[in-house]
Design a protein. Structure first.
Length: 260
């Protein structure tokens, strides 16, 4: 038995101005291949929404559309009440959207603070010399605030554990995101202890009022940290549920298309 799609509440014009993210009728095809068939979603400030589904369901495609790497074939993206046309990733970053991918996009042989300001380095003086002191200070303040345990902001990234590196990537996204943080399988390559630390960090983003959209295959993780879950199956949005109003079995049934 196919799961019944959950209804999506359409916000009023007044309330939509306060939403960090609103996806309306997103459709994406690559030539004759349809990757996403009409997708609607809202993410509020201080909310974690999880995208779930089997491999190839369209989750990462949606993240790439929201981050400007892909352009939707149809539909609208609204960021903080503004309809936007994201032509590339730099457009999304300029609108306050930051992404943490599984591969992190960090530079191992650079110190933590240089990774934090990668591509946005602070300079000082007429010769625009790198302001390493200020970058290190701001980085240390942020990792302390988010309780990311590292030896120092000046430590070389390659000397850190996988969980610490993931923490730095999330800190960087937090530092630059004024609107939305996107997480694509942030704990897929981590062990249990490091996964717990990263989940705690994601919950801190929520406490700080960030809007978070996370892709995860880990259903236990989804129920631990998310407020709502949106299920995709073969590019089609099956439904969106509040986690307190659903169960693990129901969500799995939505993913597979089978009754629980």
């Amino acid at each position: 038995m196919t799961a019944t799609p959950a209804t999506q509440e359409v916000p009023s014009a007044a309330s939509s101005t306060e939403l960090p993210l609103r996806l309306n009728g997103i459709h994406k095809h690559f030539g004759g291949v349809v990757a996403i068939k009409r997708f609607d979603l809202e993410v509020a400030a201080g909310e974690i929404v999880a995208l779930v589904g089997d491999n190839g369901a369209g989750k990462s495609t949606l993240i790439k559309i929201t981050s400007g790497l892909y352009q939707q074939s149809e539909g609208d993206i609204w960021l903080s009440g503004e309809k936007v046309d994201l032509k590339d990733a730099s457009d999304a970053r300029a609108k306050g959207v930051e992404v943490v991918y599984q591969d992190l996009a960090l530079v191992p042989d650079q110190p933590v603070y240089m990774n934090m300001f990668l591509g946005r380095e602070l300079t000082t003086g007429p010769l625009r010399i790198l302001d390493r002191k200020t970058m290190a200070k701001q980085t240390q303040e942020l990792v302390d605030a988010l309780d990311v345990r590292i030896p120092s902001a000046k430590a070389t990234l390659s000397d850190l554990s996988g969980g610490q590196r993931q923490g730095i990537a999330i800190c960087r996204a937090t530092h630059w995101a004024s609107n939305l943080v996107l997480l694509d399988e942030p704990t897929a390559a981590l062990g249990v202890a490091e996964t717990t630390k990263v989940e705690q960090l994601i919950l801190k983003l929520k406490e700080r009022g960030a809007a978070v959209l996370i892709v995860s295959h880990n259903m236990d993780q989804v129920f631990r940290i998310a407020d709502r879950v949106s299920v995709l199956r073969r590019g089609t949005q099956v439904g969106t549920k509040k986690l307190v109003e659903t169960s693990h079995n129901e969500v799995v049934a939505m993913i597979t298309g089978l009754s629980s």
